[in-house]
Design a protein around this ligand. Structure first.
Ligand SMILES: Cc1cc2nc3c(=O)[nH]c(=O)nc-3n(C[C@H](O)[C@H](O)[C@H](O)COP(=O)(O)OP(=O)(O)OC[C@H]3O[C@@H](n4cnc5c(N)ncnc54)[C@H](O)[C@@H]3O)c2cc1C
Length: 409
């Protein structure tokens, strides 16, 4: 503990004028304990690096997500040695994608190794468990405000509760997720003019398992779209994106059923678990540069429609870990590692981002969606190729678990 100092330039911390400041030290500081931050931290600590993850949330809570993990993300989990435990926990293999417009034909494409339905809480818990086992540390309730410095050492300014903290590290990694404008209170949400998207997710249960979806399903709606996928424990996750404010989520779900009768049919046999409801708003789906090395959504979240965010978060985490490890061994300046990361991420993820933005736009226009669905039904080879273009390399099969393997056969 030391003397009180004013933390100049930190919006969130400027009001904290006379607080005692402590300084912590680590080799690598990762900001954010989401999939990207934990994958980065896990890979680095397994390489023998001293890693601290700063996470603003005090406890792990349900996070808004469609909960479809693409097969290329599953490959990362296999590489990290987490897939067997996840299979045992019951993750659900997904071997096909479906688009169901309200009128006209459906489109369905079977793709080997497409992905799994896996709740965010299970995924994060597994990553966290392995991170701790490899010697990593998570500083919970620690909100990072700003990062200063470049070559040599960086100084990270943070707040733990009411106390200002500084963390000194050789490298800092931004893994704080997308810049949502607000954690939306249930009744009154601010409308963000440029990024009007509101989203919610809720778990569903069903007495008869055959009524749960056997594919990842997309439903175009009048003001957005919905995704449905089966996850572990014979549950499904319903996720909605809307360009209209959602003031009452359960009533909103009732209303949108009227704009897609196929979704309505599905929801008739599912019970929504309102205790699992998660909401957020104000998404910006453009690439971002937080000014220091960024992984996952901190580098710009992809449009959620492709279900690629988790895979990209995990992949960028491994990529960053490799670049940081090599950079530290070769004594490269941090700016150079940052530059390498930007270039590689743009090559690796640029096309997926663009295709995701295109589909996100398309699904807002029912007429266009019907035309494209009709076109893809006429050319199944093309549509299969297109699906593969939206992901990284998929595994030939998703594992040894009979349930998982059968969906990819
Ligand atoms: C509606 C919706 C549906 C989606 N559905 C899917 C899907 O089905 N499949 C898929 O693959 N992707 C999906 N995504 C995208 C996916 O959720 C994200 O790409 C993924 O969560 C990114 O992981 P991350 O680790 O980068 O960020 P996050 O998961 O957002 O984690 C960031 C962490 O950083 C912490 N943090 C933030 N700021 C600070 C700070 N200043 N100091 C300390 N800690 C901080 C946060 O508390 C959080 O724990 C969806 C996204 C949305 C919006």
């Amino acid at each position: 503990m030391g003397l009180a100092i004013p933390l100049v330039g930190l919006n969130e911390l400027q009001s904290t004028i006379r607080l005692m400041t402590s300084t912590r030290q680590t080799e690598i500081l990762v900001v954010g304990a989401g999939p990207a931050g934990l994958a980065t931290g896990l890979a680095l600590s397994r390489q023998g690096r001293r890693v601290m993850v700063a996470e603003k949330a005090r406890i792990r809570r349900r996070k808004l997500c469609g909960e479809f993990l693409s097969g290329d993300g599953w490959r990362v989990l296999e590489d990290l040695g987490l897939s067997t435990r996840l299979m045992r926990a019951g993750v659900h293999a997904v071997g096909a994608a479906v688009i169901c417009p309200d009128t006209g034909n459906h489109w369905r494409q079977t793709v080997g190794g497409l992905g799994v339905g896996c709740s965010r809480s299970l995924l994060t818990a597994e990553l966290e468990r392995s991170f701790f086992a490899s010697g990593g540390r998570i500083l919970r309730g620690c909100r990072v405000g700003a990062v200063e410095g470049g070559s040599g050492r960086v100084m990270v300014h943070a707040r733990e509760g009411t106390e200002a903290t500084r963390i000194e590290a050789a490298v800092a990694v931004a893994a704080g997720g997308h810049r949502s404008q607000a954690r939306v209170p249930m009744q009154s949400q601010p409308v963000h003019r440029r990024n009007p998207w509101f989203a919610l997710a809720v778990h569903c249960t069903c007495d008869e398992v055959q009524h749960l979806p056997d594919a990842v399903e997309l439903y175009p709606l009048s003001h957005g779209y919905a995704g449905l996928v089966q996850i572990e424990g014979d549950r499904a996750n319903l996720c909605l994106m809307s360009d209209r404010p959602i003031s009452n989520p359960m009533r909103y779900i009732g209303e949108i059923r009227g704009s897609n009768r196929h979704l309505d049919n599905r929801l008739r046999v599912l019970s929504l678990d309102s205790s699992s409801l998660a909401m957020s708003a104000g998404f910006d789906f453009r690439a971002q540069d937080p000014g220091f090395l960024a992984v996952g959504d901190a580098a710009g979240p992809p449009a959620p429609v492709l279900g690629q965010g988790l895979a990209m978060a995990l992949q960028s985490g491994l990529l960053a870990a490799q670049l940081i490890d090599e950079g530290l061994q070769n004594r490269l300046p941090v700016e150079q590692i940052h530059q390498q990361m930007r270039q590689l991420a743009s090559t690796k993820f640029g096309r997926r981002r663009r295709l995701g933005s295109g589909l996100h736009y398309l699904l807002r226009h029912p007429m266009l969606t019907r035309m494209v669905v009709a076109g893809m039904n006429c050319a199944p080879g093309l549509s299969h190729w297109l699906v593969r273009q939206t992901r990284g390399p998929l595994p030939a099969q998703l594992g040894e678990c009979p349930q998982v393997a059968s969906a990819t056969a």
